[in-house]
Design a binder for this molecule. Structure first.
Ligand code: IPE
Length: 258
């Protein structure tokens, strides 16, 4: 699909990560109007778990896989929380005028040791074919080795971008992009371009997330870069950046390069 754009909207954009279950409706609606202006670009949206998915998944250690019975409660509660968040996101996008359909990742993907092994994408393809936007999310999924695990929206975004040969993959996060932080002074400099070698030398903030934060996102995204997909990381909290990035217009952010 030569014109396809995959957009991952981070959980820290659509929720307030400091308070459980705080959904940022106005932010998602505003991003929705930006996406609306990108029509007729073929688009898949994936969102993160933020303050809906992460706290419960962490409490019950879902990403470690099945160890004890009490985790089943956490597994279903995390799934429920992500369904709720997915519904909220889809509603905001529909309110912004977009034809969006929610597709929880727990129904699309089965993993083996956390890596996607089976992807049931017929409904997603049908939606794209119809011209509506599939909206999936980081989620708990069934895993053939660990019984269950957490599959991050970043992994899904990279997987779909590669498998569907997208032309562009955009990550909307809550800062302007990837920063180089000086080990001596602590000064921060936004990197307009980042290659894999430089990435491996950077200082990344320790992630509190069950799915590993910015380092993992960038690390995973380089697999898409290798496939010739344009990968951009922009600030989803700043108006206009998502729209520019999806359209491939000049935008403040970090572009990953070979
Ligand atoms: C996490 O997905 C999903 C769950 C915690 C269930 P992500 O890893 O994509 O979420 P964010 O973007 O970091 O919040």
């Amino acid at each position: 699909m030569s014109g396809l754009v995959v957009l991952k909207i981070g959980g820290s954009v659509i929720t307030d990560k400091s308070k459980p279950f705080t959904y940022r409706e106005e932010t998602v609606k505003r991003i929705g109007t930006e996406v609306f202006r990108c029509w007729p670009t073929s688009l898949i949206i994936i969102h993160g778990g933020g303050s809906f998915g992460h706290p419960i998944a962490k409490q019950y250690e879902i990403s470690k896989g099945y160890k004890e019975l009490r985790q089943l409660e956490g597994f279903v509660k995390t799934m429920q929380a992500m369904r709720e968040l997915n519904s909220l996101v889809v509603k905001s996008l529909v309110d912004a005028g977009i034809g969006a359909v929610g597709m929880p990742a727990s129904l699309l993907f089965v993993t083996r040791n956390g890596v996607i092994e089976t992807a049931l994408l017929d409904t997603l393809f049908a939606a794209l074919d119809l011209g509506v936007i599939p909206v999936t999310c980081g989620d708990v999924v069934f895993d053939r080795e660990k019984k269950f695990t957490v599959l991050s929206g970043d992994n899904i975004a990279v997987y779909l971008a590669r498998r569907l040969r997208a032309k562009r993959l955009v990550f909307a996060i809550d800062v302007d992009g990837v920063y180089e932080i000086s080990r001596e002074t602590g000064d921060k400099k936004l990197l307009e371009e980042l290659d894999r070698r430089k990435h491996s030398t950077l200082l990344y903030q320790e992630a509190d997330d069950v799915t590993g934060g910015l380092f993992n996102k960038v690390d995973e995204a380089f697999n898409a870069v290798n496939d010739g997909i344009e990968v951009l990381i922009v600030n989803g909290l700043v108006e206009g950046r998502v729209e520019a990035a999806v359209k491939g217009k000049p935008v403040k952010g970090t572009k990953l390069v070979k």
